[in-house]
Design a binder for this molecule. Structure first.
Ligand code: ADP
Ligand code: ZN
Length: 609
């Protein structure tokens, strides 16, 4: 029998396990149940794929990601693993074929949509074969209070009753202690060993920029830092998704929209283009991305504030699964805070409390003067890590200043306006009053006679917006749910009475992305990162060879080889199949299939030199 390490080398072509993998695999191979928490890109798939290959029988993988099953199976088949799937997209004949392969013992792995298990025929089928392991992927879908609840997942607790002797491994990247506990109870995994990997994604650079001209900022970011690279831009609404996608296309960037308002065919097409093409940007609502395991997503950009750190971490985690440098960039401003504070006030009490807690955590990340990564890891229960050096606040530490007096000016203006019971005023009016602007609306309400009129001439419009934003973020101001009217909170009084200081972050406003890039070492495309100059053209040649092969086979390029693998080949310049087999990501099957072609590609003369 092959050991897990043999399979890792031979089938996957990897040198060594990543943190946590070996322990988990050994435990499951020995027949134990496991609950695995690992960040996106951490390497969860191997944790069930290897046990399935080592143990007798077929590994059954339950996954909600129907649209991705074909790609997952293709990627496994490219490695020589006998994989198949059953879901609602297949016709009778296709299903029959997979079922007969399963019964004949010709499969190593079978992917199943959870709703298949409701069908008696599926259970009867499974009962006739031999099952090596049940893997429950995206296990947080069983958590009713989570953000991806799927009722079909509740049925999965039955697997254990029907097949008590088959080990089960549940995996998720959503890690708050509450979700963790709920998965464990609902799936009956109390006896399972819990494995919690480090949640750090060191290759992802976290940055949050003050939002002033979001479209322009996004375009600058893409052009200067990620030209022709794959990435995801998240927006909150369908209409902004459409607008931003159009804007990018108008500006020469290959981009497609994705949201629940598009018909299923368009969505499938855009998803498939994202997986297959290089250098495509998807502009999407959060409907996009779950289970997308494209390894070379180089950036995830947020143009609107996510509702929670869980969401933010999951979305940004889609960048850089291949371990190469990637950027999580967000533009964030006053409007986001106002809008989210308002939305958080919807629903019943319990719901509101939860939303407010989520939002407070999210805002704390945006406004922090400390390391963003430390804060994220801390939130996910990994306390005490050191400043990372790879986030904006580590690289350009923002200063803080004593904002007590400006805060008092804002609060006192809000207090005075609140006395005018019939009228409601938002941020704009407050700032105009502070700046002493005699606008029509100011004059109409006689606000030029207020004592606070013009007391804020020491700061500009943008700075005042920054002050209001931070007061909202700190809970020293609130928004009423109807028109965005500013109101005081219980905490405001202490500030007005001078009993509480208000430290504020000095926004590094209007810093062009260019300057930032230059100061952080002139990062450009990943091809340029870490690659010696002479290897770059070879890498490009390998890429275009790979593109042609992928196209011919109708699979995403990374199914042939990952960028990281091509990069290593271009640097090492192996001259024989034996040398090539030492490259990370070159397993038995791929060596046999592509080895010769790769060596030939290496020998080709570089037409540009
Ligand atoms: P997850 O499901 O946790 O998001 P994946 O299982 O998709 O992550 O793995 C992320 C990437 O890391 C994949 O491209 C995978 O091939 C690669 N990978 C996983 N384990 C290893 C390993 N031991 N050595 C090298 N690469 C690995
Ligand atoms: Zn940091």
């Amino acid at each position: 029998m092959d050991t897990p390490t043999d399979v890792l080398h031979r089938v996957f072509g990897y040198d060594s396990f990543r943190e946590g993998q070996q322990e988990i695999i050994d435990h499951v191979v020995a027949g134990g149940d496991a609950l695995v928490l690992m960040p996106t890109g951490g390497g969860k798939s191997l944790c069930y794929q290897i046990p399935a290959l080592v143990r007798r029988g077929v590994g059954v993988v339950i996954s909600p990601l129907i649209a991705l099953m074909q790609d997952q199976v293709d990627a496994l088949r490219a490695l020589g693993v006998r994989a198949g799937f059953l879901n609602s997209t297949q016709d009778f004949d296709e299903r029959q074929l997979v079922e007969s392969e399963f019964l004949a013992g010709e499969l190593d792995l079978l992917y199943l949509a959870p709703e298949r298990l409701r069908v008696d025929a599926t259970l009867r089928l499974l009962a006739k074969g031999e099952i090596s392991v049940f893997a429950i992927d995206e296990a947080h879908c069983v958590a009713q209070w989570g953000h991806d609840f799927r009722p079909d997942y509740l049925e999965l607790s039955r697997l254990h009753e029907l097949w008590p002797e088959v080990p089960r491994i549940a995996l998720t990247a959503t890690a708050t202690p509450a979700t963790h506990a709920e998965i464990s109870t609902r799936l009956g995994l109390d006896q399972a060993r819990h494995f919690v990997a480090s949640f750090d994604r060191p290759n992802i650079q976290y940055r949050i920029a003050p939002k002033n001209e979001p479209k322009r900022q996004l375009l600058d970011f893409l052009r200067t830092e990620h030209p022709d690279e794959s990435g995801i831009v998240y927006c909150m609404s369908r209409s902004s998704v459409d607008k931003i996608a159009e804007f990018l296309v108008d500006n020469g960037i290959a981009a497609v929209p994705y949201h629940a308002g598009l018909d299923a065919r368009t969505r499938a097409l855009h998803q498939s283009r994202f997986l297959r093409e290089e250098g495509l940007t998807v502009v999407a609502t959060i409907a996009f991305g779950m289970g997308i395991d494209k390894p070379d997503v180089r950036f995830v950009a947020h143009l609107d504030l996510p509702k929670s750190l869980e969401g933010y971490y999951q979305e940004t985690g889609r960048a850089g699964r291949d371990g190469l440098p990637a950027t999580a960039w967000m533009a964030y401003g006053l409007h986001d805070v106002v809008q989210h504070r308002r939305m958080a006030m919807e629903g019943d009490d319990a719901h509101r409390r939860r939303q407010v807690n989520h939002l407070d955590a999210m805002l704390a990340l945006c406004e922090t003067v400390g390391c963003r990564r430390t804060m994220l890891l801390d939130y996910f229960g990994q306390k005490g890590s050191q400043p990372c050096g790879n986030c904006d606040t580590c690289q350009t530490p923002p200063s803080s200043w004593d904002g007590t007096v400006p805060a008092q000016k804002v609060l006192s203006t809000v207090l005075r306006l609140a006395r005018e019971r019939r009228q409601k005023f938002g941020v704009g009016q407050v700032v105009d009053i502070l700046l002493g602007k005699k606008t029509a609306k100011v004059l109409q309400h006689g606000h030029e006679t207020l004592k606070v009129f013009g007391v804020g001439a020491d700061l500009g419009n943008t700075e005042w917006h920054g002050v209001v934003r931070q007061l909202l973020a700190q809970g020293l101001l609130a928004v009423e749910s109807d028109h965005g009217t500013l109101v005081l909170t219980d905490e405001s009084a202490a500030v007005l009475r001078g009993q509480r200081e208000v430290p504020l972050r000095r926004d590094t406003l209007l810093r062009p992305a260019r300057t930032k890039t230059a100061t952080s070492g002139g990062k450009s495309t990943p091809a340029a990162v870490e690659l010696p100059a002479e290897a770059a053209p070879v890498f490009e040649r390998l890429r275009s060879w790979r593109g042609a092969v992928a196209k011919e086979q109708g699979v995403p390029a990374y199914v042939i080889f990952h960028d990281a693998t091509l990069r290593e080949i271009a640097t090492m310049m192996p001259s024989s199949l034996a040398e090539l087999s030492n490259v990370n990501g070159v397993g038995e099957n791929k060596l046999a299939k592509y080895g010769e072609q790769v060596l030939e590609t290496l020998q080709e003369d570089d037409p540009t030199s």
